[in-house]
Design a binder for this molecule. Structure first.
Ligand code: ATP
Ligand code: MG
Length: 231
């Protein structure tokens, strides 16, 4: 469903992504792992359209996304929860939730109830400003906002970063619930190994801009972890 082929990205003349290829199928949770600065966020940005690859292809259900602007890609079904969450601090939870869907001219009906089922805390806090929510609540808001755009593939950039364990568990359960629906693929950038082992189906590991290991998550053994993930 989502297929990246041979993505090359340069920043200021230095090569940041080298031939990155990966696929995410519906109902699958794919973990993209790797140490700091290896190119994980840049990979997501090239899917979302915030970074322009020198060459390579990004296809969603066969449709080429390279060349489309970010809003066009969102309409095509790319949902994105950026690293650091990027919610609007001075807008209310309600306004934050609606903003993505409104930008696409979508009406919210059943989807909103679905998001409140996944994250009941959001329903209680609809009139609060986004900026006063805790880190975990902001993460839930950012995921909820992305879901309301009706994505075919959901990109999550380090959703557990700086979040307390009980909220991490809740986000893990949410990811499993979304996987269980079976229609959406999830590409999860994550450095927290246990979380990947818990929710992932497939892993890819990056090092210095390239995919250096990949396979079903049960093949992720100590040797691979030592070689590519521990610092
Ligand atoms: N806008 C930019 N201009 C120049 N270099 C950049 C830019 N954004 C990222 N880089 C560089 O590209 C490389 C990959 O960055 P990226 O953010 O993709 O890494 P990452 O794997 O997501 O790291 P982290 O785990 O710390 O989030 C890094 O060396 C970074 O310094
Ligand atoms: Mg990053």
């Amino acid at each position: 469903m989502l297929a990246l082929s041979n993505i090359l990205v340069n920043y200021d003349g230095s090569r940041i992504l080298r031939d990155v290829s990966l696929t995410v199928a519906p109902g699958q949770v794919v973990c993209l792992m790797g140490r700091n600065g290896v190119g994980k966020t840049t990979t997501l940005k090239s899917i979302v359209g915030l970074v322009k690859p020198v060459s390579g292809s990004v296809k969603l259900n066969g449709q080429e996304l390279v060349g489309l602007p970010p809003d066009g890609r969102a309409r095509s079904g790319v949902g994105y929860v950026p690293q650091g969450r990027d919610i609007f601090p001075s807008l209310t939870v309600w306004e934050n939730l609606r903003i993505g869907a409104i930008a696409q001219g979508k009406r919210l009906n059943g989807e909103l109830e679905r998001v409140f089922e996944l994250f009941p805390v959001l329903k209680e806090m609809l009139q609060r400003k986004g900026g006063v929510l805790s880190g975990g609540q902001q993460q839930q808001l950012a995921i909820g906002r992305a879901l309301l755009t009706g994505p075919k593939v959901l990109l999550l950039d380090e959703p557990t970063e700086g979040i307390q364990p009980n909220i991490i568990d809740q986000i893990g359960e949410t990811i499993k619930t979304l996987r269980g629906i079976g229609t959406m693929g999830i590409l999860l950038v994550e450095q927290y190994l246990d979380f990947c082992l818990e929710v992932g189906d497939v892993f890819y590991i990056m090092d210095r801009g390239a995919i250096v290991a990949e396979g079903p998550i049960r093949h992720l053994n100590d040797d691979i972890v030592k070689q590519h993930l521990t610092v």
